[in-house]
Design a protein around this ligand. Structure first.
Ligand code: MV4
Length: 590
């Protein structure tokens, strides 16, 4: 087995690898930038060395400094995590040239899969087809038109040396072919320094399904299971799950075998992921990721396989600890990427800052792979992934319900997070019915009503007026609820002063979703998720305090939602049949 592993990364993935090593009794070496001096991965590792510098280029991407620390620490293996050097052949070669194991695939495999054209050719050579198209570079709009006439419109023009969808042009008909090709080539030249483009039939509503594989150095290559990553926004994954919903076992088997063929075709060893587009029961090779992926935990939760432990075994020259026939997939797992971004109005604005409170949810089937603790800071220098919440259930509805419960239980303050948007995704009927696709978040999901996470608890609220937090006990239909009210001081009026609500201090209901604005602020909100069954008021109507304004069906009962104060209804924001989440406003009373 390996004797000492250096983790050339930071954040949650560094923590993940350190934990796997420590469970195997392998000493760990962390590296850190000036900013990360007290970071969680540094605190957990057995040894830690300063890289110096702030930005990734000055630290985690500084090959010479990392090589020096490998020498100094005596590490005999390096885990690159994801991002940074994880798919950099020069780094992998520099490591292996010193007799140190690179915990990942051979550099040659990284190279083959590194550009889309060669990866597509390698897959085709292995008998695994991409979306119908050509890998020959386009030289004229006539070729675009000829292809469209043969395979049907729309078509997709893609930059051969592009990535993440940048440079992709969808061409609806022959009339737009010339402009689309010129624009794709010009954007590719500007963005990637190369203007070569190729063409494919365009899939109008695809799901993004990827297959986890892992191979050792003894000829064993196993497909472990698939993940559906269709809930994405601007090519950033938000929610991933395994198994893919509505995904026949016959397709799973065929996709697994195809992924193994692709891996074997490039002499792959260690963990890797083959990406496909899936539409109308057919799958098409997209690309291969030659690293451990962010979303690997959903595969671990449904198979019980520790993928990082298997990576370490493979890097040590040992065989996989399981065979293809021994892989068993049970239940369903959902992963939520908790990013320090403000999803208000669907903007997802980066929200770096200090995490003043971070209390992850717990309970059966609830896993938190995080890179930070309360008091740590999210920097704009690095990606803003705080961590991943992964929930397992015996089936998809259970896993979704558990994930929603966990998101609502999550206590995180000081920064805005994507949690309100994640709740909106998981509650949406399209997602529940698995009728979403890679375009659904951007084209169908309405996030305009999504608010930020609770205001920062350090009092840095909006510039108009500091927001305060009140824990109130309210009564709905004769039943008491504890709600967290976060609102400008002036709007709370006679509301109980902080901490004094209902006599003895009760634990506030945690809402990972939008901050609850209570009735006292004029906005009448619902204390829990449910369905509006009746609306009892209309704009212009005067109401008394305690008068029911609507009826909410939740937890198998009908609850009257009442006005917190007398006044005139100025706006009704719901209608019978609407699904509402905790803290959603049903009407406004002035
Ligand atoms: C496609 C496609 C539909 N039809 N190709 C975008 C990024 C790159 N990995 C490939 N991408 C796509 N290629 C054809 N012929 C739709 C996408 C796509 C997508 C693919 C996977 C995950 C997310 C996506 C988001 C938008 C578009």
């Amino acid at each position: 087995m390996l004797t000492k592993v250096l983790i050339a990364n930071r954040g949650e993935i560094a923590v993940r690898v350190i934990r796997a090593c420590q469970e195997l009794g392998i000493p760990t070496v962390a590296v850190y930038s000036d900013f990360d001096r007290d970071a969680l991965h540094v605190r957990l590792a057995d040894e830690a060395y300063a890289l110096g510098g702030q930005t990734p280029a000055e630290s985690y991407l500084d090959t010479e400094t990392i090589l020096g620390i490998i020498e100094q620490s005596g590490a005999d293996a390096v885990h690159p995590g994801y991002g940074f050097f994880s798919e950099n052949t020069d780094f992998a070669r520099a490591i292996t040239a010193r007799g140190v194991a690179f915990i990942g695939p051979p550099p040659e495999a990284i190279e083959v899969m590194g550009d889309k054209v060669s990866s597509r050719k390698a897959a085709q050579a292995a008998g695994v087809q991409g979306v119908p198209g050509t890998t020959e570079f386009l030289t004229s709009a006539d070729e675009v038109v000829a292809f469209g006439e043969e395979f049907g419109w729309p078509v997709a023009i893609k930059a051969a040396y592009g990535g993440g969808g940048r440079g992709m042009r969808v061409v609806p008909s022959a009339a737009e072919a010339a402009d689309a090709l010129a624009s794709a080539q010009s954007e590719a030249l500007k963005g990637f320094g190369r203007d070569e483009c190729y063409i494919e039939r365009y899939l109008t509503w695809p799901r993004h399904v990827e297959m986890q594989i892992i191979a050792d150095t003894h000829g064993n290559c196993v497909w472990v299971g698939e993940r559906d990553c269709s809930a994405q926004r601007r090519h950033q994954k938000l929610v991933e799950e395994s198994p893919a919903p509505d995904f026949p076992d016959s397709v799973r088997q065929a996709m697994g075998e195809a992924a193994v063929k692709v891996a074997k075709a490039c002499g792959y060893t260690n963990a890797g992921t083959v990406e496909f587009l899936y539409q109308d029961g057919e799958f098409y090779f997209l690309e291969m990721n030659t690293r451990l992926q962010v979303e690997h935990p959903v595969t671990e939760m449904v198979t019980g396989i520790d993928l990082v432990a298997e990576q370490l075994r493979v890097a040590a020259g040992e065989p996989l600890s399981f065979t293809q026939d021994e892989v068993r997939r049970t239940g369903h797992a959902v992963e939520i990427r908790i990013n320090a971004e403000d999803p208000a109005g669907g903007a997802f604005l980066p929200a770096p800052g200090r995490i003043t409170e971070l209390v992850p949810p717990q309970g059966f089937g609830t896993r938190w792979d995080g890179g930070y603790e309360s008091g740590d800071e999210i920097s704009q220098f690095y990606d803003n992934l705080v961590g991943k919440l992964i929930c397992w259930g015996k089936d998809r509805p259970t896993a979704i319900a558990r994930t929603l419960r966990a998101l609502r239980e999550f206590r995180i303050a000081g920064i805005a997070t994507t949690i309100p948007a994640d709740i909106a995704i998981l509650e949406h009927p399209d997602f529940v019915a698995a009728e979403h696709s890679t375009k659904w978040v951007e084209e169908r999901l309405d996030l305009t009503g999504v608010s930020s996470a609770p205001a920062p608890s350090d009092g840095a609220a909006d510039e108009d007026e500091p927001k305060v937090q009140r824990d109130l006990d309210v009564e709905v239909n004769g039943r008491r609820f504890s709600v967290k009210v976060i609102a400008p001081e002036s709007q709370l009026g006679a509301a109980a002063p902080a901490g004094a609500a209902g006599g003895a201090k009760r634990k506030p209901r945690r809402s990972g979703g939008g901050g609850a604005l209570a009735a006292v602020s004029g906005a009448v909100t619902v204390p829990m998720q449910g369905t509006i069954v009746k609306v009892l008021v209309e704009a212009g109507q005067t109401v008394e305090a305690g008068q029911a304004v609507c009826v909410l069906e939740a937890m198998k009962m009908e609850n009257n939602i009442t006005a917190g104060a007398a006044g005139t209804v100025t706006e009704v924001k719901v209608a019978p049949g609407d699904t509402v989440g905790t803290g959603d406003v049903v009407c406004v009373i002035e």
